[in-house]
Design a protein around this ligand. Structure first.
Ligand SMILES: NC(=O)c1ccc[n+]([C@@H]2O[C@H](COP(=O)([O-])OP(=O)(O)OC[C@H]3O[C@@H](n4cnc5c(N)ncnc54)[C@H](OP(=O)(O)O)[C@@H]3O)[C@@H](O)[C@H]2O)c1
Length: 359
């Protein structure tokens, strides 16, 4: 038997995205002991001709065309897969569609004989806060409801049955390079301005390389992670800590600007659009409503992580400082390719340039 045929095939949904690329890189990397990766990857994508898909193909990833809410395409893509890493996208499809897709893809994986099913999750913030509408964050609750459904399903480690695991992550540390966490403005005197409506709260950020680590760890440890919700992160970041770490690492000057919620949204145009690019699936949730809830989660320190467990499982994981050093932060802000494919594809919410130069 060739070494290729003995490898385990993992279907990745969301493969061309920021998260998918990081996960695939870790799945295909050699094991800790230097032996070749035991995995092969198949990617579901709406556009196999896109440069991101082609880059995956050049790493040996098999491309399959389809949408995750086209269940015929998903069923076909699951055929012969040992595992699935499923990161649906609540910024493309509405929350209602994401929830239904999450449930159906799980069922289809069972039907196809998948052995290890990994759901890429976000905290079910509405439930966590006793159904407080202030924290009803659409792109969190959509995934969180699916994870709750999975908790009601069996997870059996055997040659015949399907095991499930949930990997609950959070905002990417890599979003410091661009987008909502990065500095919006550099003043004439060279000072970087990190503006956020976070008050004295914190974001449990995850470096994409660490998210890739935890995805690989989950597949590598089927028995240990069976039926478990792995709540992962890299470092707990408040904006005073962000600015002091930035100054320490880069030697550049920076300030934290603690804006009130409504004022922060004025840094953008187009915030009244629906949070999902393809529009509502029922309820209308604007980008602003969604991200007001999202920032409120951090401002009020709602989401907790077990840092002792995280550091024990991933002792080489990043802190904010090691991440900034690894990516030469300061020099590289806004210089790389667009992190999120969604943002690259649809520039519907944009920076309000006239406003941010005044920050
Ligand atoms: N930004 C963050 O900090 C963060 C942190 C944790 C989790 N998340 C979650 O991650 C998800 C987005 O993934 P990402 O961060 O990797 O963003 P991204 O870079 O914008 O990637 C989006 C991915 O979703 C895929 N996709 C979108 N609609 C699809 C559909 N109908 N069928 C099949 N594939 C579809 C895209 O594939 P194709 O275009 O190739 O079809 C692409 O791979 C969101 O649900 C978000 O809530 C985001």
């Amino acid at each position: 038997m060739s070494s290729i045929s003995s490898k385990k095939l993992i279907l990745v949904i969301g493969a061309t995205g920021a998260q998918g690329i990081a996960v695939i890189d870790k799945l295909l990397a050699p094991s800790e002991d230097g032996s070749p990766s035991p995995y092969l990857v198949r990617a579901l994508t709406r556009d196999p001709t896109h440069v991101r898909a082609k880059n995956l193909a050049s790493k040996g990833v098999e491309l399959v065309k389809g949408r995750f809410d086209d269940f015929k395409a998903v069923a076909a893509a699951l055929q012969g897969a040992y595992g699935a890493y499923v990161n649906t996208d609540g910024f493309t499809v509405a929350e209602e569609i994401e929830v239904w897709s999450g449930i159906r893809i799980f069922e289809l994986a069972k039907q196809a004989g998948v052995k290890h099913y990994v759901w890429s999750n976000l905290d079910y913030s509405f439930k966590l806060t006793g159904y407080n509408p202030e924290y009803r964050c659409s792109h969190y609750d959509g995934k969180g409801r699916v994870a709750d459904f999975m908790q009601a399903q069996p997870s059996i480690v055997s040659g015949r049955d399907m095991t499930w695991s949930v990997v609950t992550s959070g905002p990417y540390m890599d979003m410091l390079q661009q987008g909502v966490f990065g500095p919006f403005n550099r003043r004439a005197d060279g000072t970087f301005v990190f503006a956020a409506p976070i008050g004295q709260g914190h974001v449990p950020m995850i470096a994409l390389s660490d998210l890739g680590f935890f995805a690989r760890y989950t597949f590598d440890n089927r028995e240990l992670t069976s039926g478990k919700d792995l709540q992962v992160a890299s470092d707990l970041v408040g904006w005073d800590y962000l600015v002091s770490t930035f100054k320490k690492v880069t030697g550049l000057n920076a300030v934290a600007l603690y804006q009130p919620m409504d004022e922060w949204f004025e840094n953008f145009s187009g915030t009244e659009k629906h949070v999902a690019n393809e529009g509502p699936g029922g309820e209308f949730v604007s980008w602003k409503t969604n991200f007001t809830a999202w920032w409120s989660l951090w401002r009020d320190d709602i989401i907790k992580r077990d840092w002792e467990w995280i550091r024990k499982v991933n002792p080489k994981g990043h802190t904010l400082e090691t991440w900034m050093r690894a990516y030469n932060y300061g020099e590289t802000i806004n210089s790389g390719p667009t992190l999120l494919k969604n943002v690259e594809d649809t520039k519907s919410v944009t920076m309000n340039k006239e406003r941010i130069v005044q920050l």
